[in-house]
Design a protein around this ligand. Sequence first.
Ligand code: PMP
Length: 407
Amino acid sequence: MFNTQKILNDFPILTRPGANGLPLCYLDSGATSQRPNQVVAAAARFYTEINANVHRGVYRISEEATEAYESAREKIRAFLNAGSTREIIFTSGTTEAINLVARSWGAKNLNSGDRVVVTEFEHHSNLVPWQMLAAEKEIVLDVIPVLDDGTLDLDVYRELLKLGPKLIAVSGMSNVLGTIPPLESMIPAAHEAGALVLVDGAQLVPHLKTDVRVLDADFLVFSGHKMLAPTGIGVLYGKETLLKEMPPFFGGGDMIRKVFLRSFTVADLPYKFEAGTKPIAQAVGLGAAIDYLNLLGMDQVAAHEHELTLRAIESLQAVPGLTIYGPLGGNRGSAVSFTIEGIHPHDIASLLDREGICVRAGHHCAMPIHDRFRIPATTRASFYLYNTEADIERLCSGLKKVVSIFA
Ligand code: PMP
């Protein structure tokens, strides 16, 4: 049984008041999650007891700092079931990780006329880096369209694979529609066609158990801040054979073996891609977040969220004039975006804020999928492990109030 009351005790921010002194109802975890005491304490403990730079000192606390940092890497490896910590690269987040792959793997392996496939619901982070590279190297960007129900048009995907793309860059869960694409069939099909697959796991890894060996993704990227960890830390998982052949992305300290005045040699994995001082306390915080998720169990987290999401979809449909974009049932994620006829999404969000309810309004860094549905913006509620049915009731009664104000 998922004990949300016990969980809420770990998140003091969720018991502070929101606007107008009303209890806070946080429904924007798709943008960033809250952090439990355990994560804050782990980062604070790093600063108060261990703080030193890593990999550089021979003194005691520097060794302890290195141990804390590397043990976070090992926790991530185990969480993803990756074969080796050499496959776990710390980045500042999803965005940096995708740019790393584009600028390192892409720069080396993509040439004029090569094709990269993305989807119509990608976040700008998984579009713009490929667009930038496409403009520079005359790469062709192909797009898997989204159907009216928010799922991918897999017939088109199969046709696109016949054109021999080099890479499929696909979100593991849409941050707008909540769609979970069938990676278990899409990835083998891509491999059969000779393409590699990069999975944008920003919305996937925090919510669903993700095993890179089962998925067989070539690259998987995600951000700590959407999974209970501090901001400024994220991960690039890559298959060792691929990472080994890729040139470094940033140059500087720590990523080198030897430096001469006019040349350098490169450090081994994973350090080859970790130039400069990394966000060490944040990495330690990510390790603590993984401990927290493991203690709850990712299967339980997913089941709780799924139940809440389906309940939310059902209740939202009872709000007059409300349209939900994305799958209305089945295996879908906990981001639920909607419009209400005649009311601007920003007005909805502002009026909900007066009730202490935090939702997001806008394009959610995914303009093309809004264009696809011919809408400029949506209001999005997104749930995480600390949300309860009471949050959904408040959202729906808040929305009914909004509708009555505009009636
Ligand atoms: N991809 C998806 C699907 C996302 O939801 C987000 C964050 N909204 C990102 C990429 C970018 O993540 P970050 O800003 O942490 O780099």
